[in-house]
Design a binder for this molecule. Structure first.
Ligand SMILES: NC(=O)C1=CN([C@@H]2O[C@H](COP(=O)(O)OP(=O)(O)OC[C@H]3O[C@@H](n4cnc5c(N)ncnc54)[C@H](OP(=O)(O)O)[C@@H]3O)[C@@H](O)[C@H]2O)C=CC1
Ligand SMILES: O=C(CO)COP(=O)(O)O
Ligand SMILES: [Zn+2]
Length: 354
Protein backbone atom coordinates (compact mmCIF):
# COMPACT_ATOMS: atom_id res chain seq x y z
CA UNK A 1 0.00 0.00 0.00
CA UNK A 2 1.28 3.46 -0.91
CA UNK A 3 2.09 5.43 2.29
CA UNK A 4 -0.58 7.81 3.51
CA UNK A 5 -0.13 11.52 2.97
CA UNK A 6 0.85 13.92 5.73
CA UNK A 7 -1.32 14.58 8.75
CA UNK A 8 -3.54 17.66 8.75
CA UNK A 9 -2.79 20.22 11.43
CA UNK A 10 -6.44 20.26 12.46
CA UNK A 11 -9.34 17.86 12.77
CA UNK A 12 -11.96 17.89 10.00
CA UNK A 13 -15.49 16.72 10.72
CA UNK A 14 -18.68 16.93 8.65
CA UNK A 15 -20.87 19.92 9.50
CA UNK A 16 -24.21 18.25 8.70
CA UNK A 17 -24.94 14.58 9.34
CA UNK A 18 -28.47 13.73 8.21
CA UNK A 19 -29.68 10.18 8.90
CA UNK A 20 -33.24 8.89 8.45
CA UNK A 21 -35.87 7.67 6.00
CA UNK A 22 -36.21 9.72 2.80
CA UNK A 23 -33.61 12.31 3.88
CA UNK A 24 -32.32 12.25 0.29
CA UNK A 25 -35.13 14.74 -0.35
CA UNK A 26 -33.36 17.13 2.08
CA UNK A 27 -30.44 17.50 -0.34
CA UNK A 28 -31.43 21.04 -1.37
CA UNK A 29 -31.81 22.15 2.28
CA UNK A 30 -28.40 20.70 3.12
CA UNK A 31 -26.82 22.42 0.10
CA UNK A 32 -28.49 25.68 1.12
CA UNK A 33 -27.21 25.29 4.67
CA UNK A 34 -23.69 24.92 3.30
CA UNK A 35 -24.25 27.84 0.88
CA UNK A 36 -23.72 25.44 -2.03
CA UNK A 37 -26.17 26.05 -4.84
CA UNK A 38 -25.36 26.15 -8.58
CA UNK A 39 -22.68 23.85 -9.92
CA UNK A 40 -23.18 20.43 -8.31
CA UNK A 41 -21.12 17.61 -9.81
CA UNK A 42 -22.44 14.13 -8.97
CA UNK A 43 -20.23 11.03 -9.04
CA UNK A 44 -22.28 7.84 -8.90
CA UNK A 45 -22.09 4.15 -9.87
CA UNK A 46 -23.73 1.97 -12.48
CA UNK A 47 -26.37 0.51 -10.15
CA UNK A 48 -26.60 3.39 -7.71
CA UNK A 49 -27.27 5.95 -10.47
CA UNK A 50 -30.76 4.50 -10.87
CA UNK A 51 -31.24 4.06 -7.12
CA UNK A 52 -30.14 7.52 -5.94
CA UNK A 53 -27.82 9.34 -8.39
CA UNK A 54 -30.66 10.33 -10.73
CA UNK A 55 -32.84 11.35 -7.77
CA UNK A 56 -30.16 13.75 -6.51
CA UNK A 57 -29.65 15.06 -10.06
CA UNK A 58 -33.39 15.70 -10.54
CA UNK A 59 -33.83 17.34 -7.13
CA UNK A 60 -30.99 19.79 -7.79
CA UNK A 61 -32.03 20.32 -11.38
CA UNK A 62 -35.59 21.20 -10.33
CA UNK A 63 -34.30 24.03 -8.16
CA UNK A 64 -31.99 25.35 -10.89
CA UNK A 65 -28.68 24.23 -9.34
CA UNK A 66 -27.44 23.09 -12.78
CA UNK A 67 -26.06 19.68 -11.76
CA UNK A 68 -23.79 17.50 -13.91
CA UNK A 69 -23.40 13.74 -13.40
CA UNK A 70 -20.83 11.06 -14.19
CA UNK A 71 -20.69 7.30 -13.62
CA UNK A 72 -17.54 5.93 -12.05
CA UNK A 73 -16.81 2.23 -12.52
CA UNK A 74 -13.95 1.71 -10.03
CA UNK A 75 -11.98 3.44 -7.29
CA UNK A 76 -8.90 4.13 -9.43
CA UNK A 77 -6.69 7.17 -9.99
CA UNK A 78 -7.80 7.16 -13.65
CA UNK A 79 -11.44 7.55 -12.56
CA UNK A 80 -10.46 10.33 -10.13
CA UNK A 81 -8.67 12.19 -12.93
CA UNK A 82 -11.66 11.71 -15.23
CA UNK A 83 -14.16 12.96 -12.63
CA UNK A 84 -11.95 15.96 -11.71
CA UNK A 85 -11.54 16.93 -15.39
CA UNK A 86 -15.29 16.66 -16.03
CA UNK A 87 -16.11 18.69 -12.92
CA UNK A 88 -13.65 21.39 -14.01
CA UNK A 89 -15.07 21.39 -17.53
CA UNK A 90 -18.58 21.83 -16.09
CA UNK A 91 -17.26 24.68 -13.90
CA UNK A 92 -18.62 22.83 -10.86
CA UNK A 93 -18.50 24.38 -7.41
CA UNK A 94 -18.89 21.24 -5.30
CA UNK A 95 -18.96 17.44 -5.67
CA UNK A 96 -21.46 14.88 -4.40
CA UNK A 97 -20.56 11.19 -4.15
CA UNK A 98 -23.76 9.12 -4.46
CA UNK A 99 -23.41 5.37 -4.05
CA UNK A 100 -21.09 2.78 -2.64
CA UNK A 101 -17.52 3.02 -1.41
CA UNK A 102 -15.92 3.43 -4.80
CA UNK A 103 -18.10 6.35 -5.98
CA UNK A 104 -17.70 8.14 -2.65
CA UNK A 105 -13.91 7.70 -2.66
CA UNK A 106 -13.58 8.89 -6.28
CA UNK A 107 -15.69 11.99 -5.56
CA UNK A 108 -13.87 12.66 -2.26
CA UNK A 109 -10.40 12.63 -3.79
CA UNK A 110 -11.46 14.57 -6.92
CA UNK A 111 -13.04 17.26 -4.68
CA UNK A 112 -9.85 17.48 -2.59
CA UNK A 113 -7.70 17.80 -5.71
CA UNK A 114 -9.95 20.59 -7.02
CA UNK A 115 -10.15 22.17 -3.56
CA UNK A 116 -13.94 22.00 -3.69
CA UNK A 117 -16.46 20.98 -1.00
CA UNK A 118 -17.77 17.42 -0.99
CA UNK A 119 -21.05 15.84 0.14
CA UNK A 120 -21.37 12.10 0.82
CA UNK A 121 -24.65 10.33 -0.04
CA UNK A 122 -24.11 6.61 0.68
CA UNK A 123 -26.58 4.08 -0.71
CA UNK A 124 -25.18 1.29 1.44
CA UNK A 125 -23.77 1.07 4.96
CA UNK A 126 -20.92 -1.16 3.87
CA UNK A 127 -17.86 0.64 5.35
CA UNK A 128 -16.81 3.68 7.35
CA UNK A 129 -15.46 5.62 4.34
CA UNK A 130 -18.94 7.19 4.07
CA UNK A 131 -17.78 9.86 6.48
CA UNK A 132 -13.98 9.55 6.84
CA UNK A 133 -11.30 11.97 5.72
CA UNK A 134 -9.61 9.14 3.78
CA UNK A 135 -9.97 7.81 0.25
CA UNK A 136 -8.86 4.32 -0.80
CA UNK A 137 -7.78 4.47 -4.43
CA UNK A 138 -6.01 1.98 -6.72
CA UNK A 139 -3.02 3.32 -8.60
CA UNK A 140 -0.42 1.41 -10.61
CA UNK A 141 -1.47 -1.96 -9.19
CA UNK A 142 -1.42 -0.75 -5.57
CA UNK A 143 -4.03 0.62 -3.24
CA UNK A 144 -3.39 3.95 -1.53
CA UNK A 145 -5.13 5.23 1.60
CA UNK A 146 -4.97 8.95 0.96
CA UNK A 147 -5.73 11.78 3.35
CA UNK A 148 -8.48 13.94 1.86
CA UNK A 149 -10.89 16.60 3.04
CA UNK A 150 -13.73 15.21 5.14
CA UNK A 151 -17.23 15.48 3.65
CA UNK A 152 -18.98 18.77 4.47
CA UNK A 153 -22.17 16.76 4.90
CA UNK A 154 -23.33 13.15 5.00
CA UNK A 155 -26.85 12.32 3.89
CA UNK A 156 -27.67 8.71 4.77
CA UNK A 157 -31.18 7.81 3.64
CA UNK A 158 -32.07 4.77 5.73
CA UNK A 159 -34.93 3.91 3.37
CA UNK A 160 -32.53 3.58 0.41
CA UNK A 161 -29.89 1.83 2.52
CA UNK A 162 -32.41 -0.74 3.84
CA UNK A 163 -33.33 -1.63 0.27
CA UNK A 164 -29.70 -2.46 -0.56
CA UNK A 165 -28.69 -6.15 -0.51
CA UNK A 166 -28.31 -7.24 3.16
CA UNK A 167 -24.80 -8.44 2.37
CA UNK A 168 -23.67 -4.80 2.20
CA UNK A 169 -25.03 -4.00 5.68
CA UNK A 170 -23.43 -7.12 7.15
CA UNK A 171 -20.15 -6.04 5.54
CA UNK A 172 -20.47 -2.65 7.29
CA UNK A 173 -20.71 -4.56 10.58
CA UNK A 174 -17.46 -6.38 9.74
CA UNK A 175 -15.76 -3.03 9.15
CA UNK A 176 -16.99 -1.77 12.55
CA UNK A 177 -16.06 -4.91 14.50
CA UNK A 178 -12.57 -4.69 13.00
CA UNK A 179 -12.03 -1.59 15.16
CA UNK A 180 -11.25 -3.98 18.03
CA UNK A 181 -8.08 -5.39 16.54
CA UNK A 182 -7.18 -2.06 14.93
CA UNK A 183 -7.09 -0.46 18.39
CA UNK A 184 -5.17 -3.42 19.87
CA UNK A 185 -2.58 -3.01 17.10
CA UNK A 186 -2.38 0.72 17.74
CA UNK A 187 -1.83 0.14 21.48
CA UNK A 188 0.89 -2.37 20.63
CA UNK A 189 2.63 0.12 18.33
CA UNK A 190 2.36 2.75 21.05
CA UNK A 191 3.97 0.46 23.62
CA UNK A 192 6.66 -1.05 21.39
CA UNK A 193 7.38 1.85 19.04
CA UNK A 194 6.25 4.88 21.01
CA UNK A 195 3.85 5.69 18.20
CA UNK A 196 1.59 8.66 19.00
CA UNK A 197 -1.70 7.41 20.40
CA UNK A 198 -5.01 9.18 20.93
CA UNK A 199 -6.92 7.81 23.95
CA UNK A 200 -10.02 9.60 22.77
CA UNK A 201 -9.95 8.27 19.19
CA UNK A 202 -9.19 4.76 20.45
CA UNK A 203 -11.99 4.85 23.06
CA UNK A 204 -14.53 6.07 20.49
CA UNK A 205 -13.49 3.42 18.00
CA UNK A 206 -13.59 0.61 20.59
CA UNK A 207 -16.94 1.74 21.98
CA UNK A 208 -18.39 1.77 18.46
CA UNK A 209 -17.43 -1.88 17.98
CA UNK A 210 -18.62 -2.75 21.50
CA UNK A 211 -22.16 -1.47 20.83
CA UNK A 212 -22.47 -3.88 17.93
CA UNK A 213 -20.85 -6.77 19.78
CA UNK A 214 -23.25 -6.29 22.72
CA UNK A 215 -26.36 -6.83 20.59
CA UNK A 216 -25.57 -8.39 17.21
CA UNK A 217 -29.15 -9.76 17.07
CA UNK A 218 -30.33 -6.16 16.54
CA UNK A 219 -28.92 -6.33 13.00
CA UNK A 220 -31.42 -7.99 10.68
CA UNK A 221 -32.44 -7.72 7.04
CA UNK A 222 -35.20 -5.30 6.03
CA UNK A 223 -35.13 -3.48 9.35
CA UNK A 224 -34.64 0.28 9.25
CA UNK A 225 -33.59 0.29 12.93
CA UNK A 226 -30.66 -2.01 12.02
CA UNK A 227 -29.57 0.41 9.30
CA UNK A 228 -29.68 3.31 11.77
CA UNK A 229 -27.46 1.42 14.25
CA UNK A 230 -24.90 0.57 11.57
CA UNK A 231 -24.87 4.03 9.95
CA UNK A 232 -24.36 5.72 13.34
CA UNK A 233 -21.54 3.31 14.14
CA UNK A 234 -19.89 3.99 10.77
CA UNK A 235 -20.14 7.74 11.41
CA UNK A 236 -18.47 7.31 14.85
CA UNK A 237 -15.75 5.21 13.30
CA UNK A 238 -15.12 7.87 10.64
CA UNK A 239 -15.01 10.54 13.33
CA UNK A 240 -12.45 8.47 15.27
CA UNK A 241 -10.24 8.47 12.14
CA UNK A 242 -10.64 12.23 11.81
CA UNK A 243 -9.65 12.72 15.45
CA UNK A 244 -6.59 10.51 14.99
CA UNK A 245 -5.66 12.18 11.69
CA UNK A 246 -5.14 8.70 10.23
CA UNK A 247 -7.07 5.47 9.79
CA UNK A 248 -5.20 3.91 12.76
CA UNK A 249 -8.26 3.56 15.05
CA UNK A 250 -10.18 1.66 12.35
CA UNK A 251 -7.52 -0.09 10.31
CA UNK A 252 -4.89 -2.47 11.65
CA UNK A 253 -3.63 -5.94 10.84
CA UNK A 254 -7.13 -7.13 9.84
CA UNK A 255 -7.29 -4.37 7.20
CA UNK A 256 -3.78 -5.26 6.02
CA UNK A 257 -5.06 -8.82 5.53
CA UNK A 258 -8.07 -7.49 3.56
CA UNK A 259 -5.87 -5.22 1.41
CA UNK A 260 -3.56 -8.20 0.79
CA UNK A 261 -6.54 -10.30 -0.30
CA UNK A 262 -7.52 -7.56 -2.77
CA UNK A 263 -4.06 -7.92 -4.28
CA UNK A 264 -3.80 -11.70 -4.44
CA UNK A 265 -7.38 -12.76 -5.28
CA UNK A 266 -8.78 -12.18 -8.77
CA UNK A 267 -12.32 -11.54 -7.43
CA UNK A 268 -12.12 -10.52 -3.82
CA UNK A 269 -15.13 -10.15 -1.51
CA UNK A 270 -16.49 -6.91 0.00
CA UNK A 271 -14.07 -4.79 2.03
CA UNK A 272 -16.06 -5.13 5.28
CA UNK A 273 -16.57 -8.88 4.82
CA UNK A 274 -12.82 -9.45 4.47
CA UNK A 275 -12.03 -7.19 7.42
CA UNK A 276 -14.49 -9.16 9.57
CA UNK A 277 -12.77 -12.47 8.75
CA UNK A 278 -9.39 -10.78 9.28
CA UNK A 279 -10.53 -9.64 12.72
CA UNK A 280 -11.24 -13.23 13.80
CA UNK A 281 -7.68 -14.28 12.90
CA UNK A 282 -5.92 -11.17 14.20
CA UNK A 283 -7.82 -11.44 17.49
CA UNK A 284 -6.48 -14.99 17.80
CA UNK A 285 -2.94 -13.65 17.28
CA UNK A 286 -3.56 -10.99 19.93
CA UNK A 287 -4.62 -13.76 22.34
CA UNK A 288 -8.11 -12.23 22.60
CA UNK A 289 -11.63 -13.65 22.43
CA UNK A 290 -11.72 -14.49 18.72
CA UNK A 291 -14.62 -16.92 19.26
CA UNK A 292 -16.82 -14.01 20.38
CA UNK A 293 -15.94 -12.06 17.20
CA UNK A 294 -16.79 -15.11 15.07
CA UNK A 295 -20.05 -15.73 16.91
CA UNK A 296 -21.10 -12.10 16.58
CA UNK A 297 -20.42 -12.07 12.81
CA UNK A 298 -22.35 -15.34 12.47
CA UNK A 299 -25.38 -13.87 14.27
CA UNK A 300 -25.26 -10.84 11.97
CA UNK A 301 -24.96 -13.11 8.92
CA UNK A 302 -21.54 -11.88 7.81
CA UNK A 303 -18.99 -14.38 6.41
CA UNK A 304 -16.60 -16.02 8.87
CA UNK A 305 -14.89 -18.53 6.54
CA UNK A 306 -13.01 -18.52 3.25
CA UNK A 307 -15.86 -20.52 1.73
CA UNK A 308 -18.43 -17.92 2.77
CA UNK A 309 -16.19 -15.19 1.35
CA UNK A 310 -16.12 -17.14 -1.92
CA UNK A 311 -12.33 -17.26 -1.74
CA UNK A 312 -10.14 -20.36 -2.02
CA UNK A 313 -8.24 -21.37 1.15
CA UNK A 314 -4.85 -20.96 -0.56
CA UNK A 315 -5.49 -17.22 -1.09
CA UNK A 316 -6.21 -16.75 2.63
CA UNK A 317 -2.78 -18.23 3.41
CA UNK A 318 -1.12 -16.19 0.67
CA UNK A 319 -2.67 -12.98 2.00
CA UNK A 320 -1.66 -13.81 5.59
CA UNK A 321 1.95 -14.24 4.47
CA UNK A 322 2.20 -10.87 2.69
CA UNK A 323 -0.16 -8.77 4.85
CA UNK A 324 2.69 -7.28 6.94
CA UNK A 325 4.26 -5.87 3.74
CA UNK A 326 1.14 -3.93 2.77
CA UNK A 327 1.91 -0.97 4.99
CA UNK A 328 5.30 -1.50 6.59
CA UNK A 329 5.18 1.82 8.43
CA UNK A 330 2.13 0.67 10.41
CA UNK A 331 3.29 -1.67 13.19
CA UNK A 332 0.79 -4.42 14.07
CA UNK A 333 0.61 -7.88 15.65
CA UNK A 334 1.85 -9.23 12.30
CA UNK A 335 5.25 -7.73 13.13
CA UNK A 336 7.85 -8.87 10.60
CA UNK A 337 5.42 -11.42 9.18
CA UNK A 338 4.05 -14.90 9.90
CA UNK A 339 5.81 -18.13 9.00
CA UNK A 340 3.78 -20.38 6.71
CA UNK A 341 3.23 -22.78 9.62
CA UNK A 342 1.89 -19.97 11.80
CA UNK A 343 -0.34 -18.69 9.00
CA UNK A 344 -1.82 -22.14 8.46
CA UNK A 345 -2.30 -22.60 12.21
CA UNK A 346 -4.22 -19.36 12.74
CA UNK A 347 -6.41 -19.91 9.66
CA UNK A 348 -7.21 -23.54 10.59
CA UNK A 349 -7.67 -23.04 14.32
CA UNK A 350 -10.14 -20.21 13.75
CA UNK A 351 -11.87 -22.39 11.12
CA UNK A 352 -11.43 -19.71 8.45
CA UNK A 353 -10.01 -22.49 6.28
CA UNK A 354 -10.86 -26.18 6.59
N1 LIG B 1 -12.34 5.96 2.33
C1 LIG B 1 -12.37 5.13 3.34
O1 LIG B 1 -12.10 5.49 4.49
C2 LIG B 1 -12.75 3.72 3.06
C3 LIG B 1 -12.86 3.27 1.77
N2 LIG B 1 -13.22 1.97 1.51
C4 LIG B 1 -13.27 1.57 0.12
O2 LIG B 1 -14.62 1.43 -0.30
C5 LIG B 1 -14.71 0.39 -1.27
C6 LIG B 1 -15.66 -0.67 -0.81
O3 LIG B 1 -16.92 -0.13 -0.77
P1 LIG B 1 -18.20 -1.09 -0.76
O4 LIG B 1 -19.36 -0.17 -0.67
O5 LIG B 1 -18.02 -2.12 0.26
O6 LIG B 1 -18.14 -1.84 -2.13
P2 LIG B 1 -18.26 -1.33 -3.63
O7 LIG B 1 -17.93 0.12 -3.74
O8 LIG B 1 -17.45 -2.28 -4.42
O9 LIG B 1 -19.83 -1.52 -3.93
C7 LIG B 1 -20.42 -2.76 -3.90
C8 LIG B 1 -21.56 -2.86 -4.86
O10 LIG B 1 -22.77 -2.49 -4.21
C9 LIG B 1 -23.59 -1.77 -5.12
N3 LIG B 1 -24.56 -0.98 -4.34
C10 LIG B 1 -24.33 0.05 -3.50
N4 LIG B 1 -25.48 0.49 -2.97
C11 LIG B 1 -26.47 -0.28 -3.48
C12 LIG B 1 -27.87 -0.31 -3.32
N5 LIG B 1 -28.52 0.55 -2.52
N6 LIG B 1 -28.58 -1.26 -4.01
C13 LIG B 1 -27.95 -2.14 -4.84
N7 LIG B 1 -26.62 -2.14 -5.03
C14 LIG B 1 -25.88 -1.22 -4.37
C15 LIG B 1 -22.59 -0.98 -5.90
O11 LIG B 1 -23.14 -0.49 -7.12
P3 LIG B 1 -22.39 0.60 -8.06
O12 LIG B 1 -21.81 -0.19 -9.18
O13 LIG B 1 -23.45 1.53 -8.48
O14 LIG B 1 -21.34 1.27 -7.24
C16 LIG B 1 -21.49 -1.99 -6.11
O15 LIG B 1 -21.73 -2.79 -7.23
C17 LIG B 1 -13.32 -0.19 -1.43
O16 LIG B 1 -12.72 0.41 -2.58
C18 LIG B 1 -12.64 0.22 -0.15
O17 LIG B 1 -11.26 0.31 -0.27
C19 LIG B 1 -13.53 1.11 2.51
C20 LIG B 1 -13.44 1.53 3.81
C21 LIG B 1 -13.05 2.85 4.21
O1 LIG C 1 -11.04 0.94 5.67
C1 LIG C 1 -10.68 1.82 6.40
C2 LIG C 1 -11.18 1.95 7.77
O2 LIG C 1 -12.26 1.10 8.00
C3 LIG C 1 -9.67 2.79 5.91
O3 LIG C 1 -8.48 2.21 6.18
P1 LIG C 1 -7.23 2.11 5.19
O4 LIG C 1 -6.38 3.28 5.59
O5 LIG C 1 -6.64 0.80 5.55
O6 LIG C 1 -7.73 2.19 3.79
ZN1 LIG D 1 -12.41 -0.51 6.57
Amino acid sequence: MIPTQGKKKWMQLPRDVVVGPDVIYDIKDVCDDLKLREGAFIVTGNNTKKIAGDVVFDLLDECGYEPAITVSKEASMAEVKKAAAQAQEANSKYLIGVGSGKSIDVAKLAATQLDLPFISVPTAASHDGIVSSRASIHDKGKKASIEVNAPMAVIADTHIISSAPYRLLAAGCGDIISNYTAVLDWELAHRLRNEPFSEYAAALSRMTAQILMDSPEAIKPDLESSVRIVVKALVSSGVAMSIAGSSRPASGSEHMFSHALDMVVPNSALHGEQCGVGTIMMMYLHGGDWKKIKECLEIIGAPTTAKELGIEDRYILEALLVAHEIRPERYTILGAGLTSEAAEKVARLTKVIS
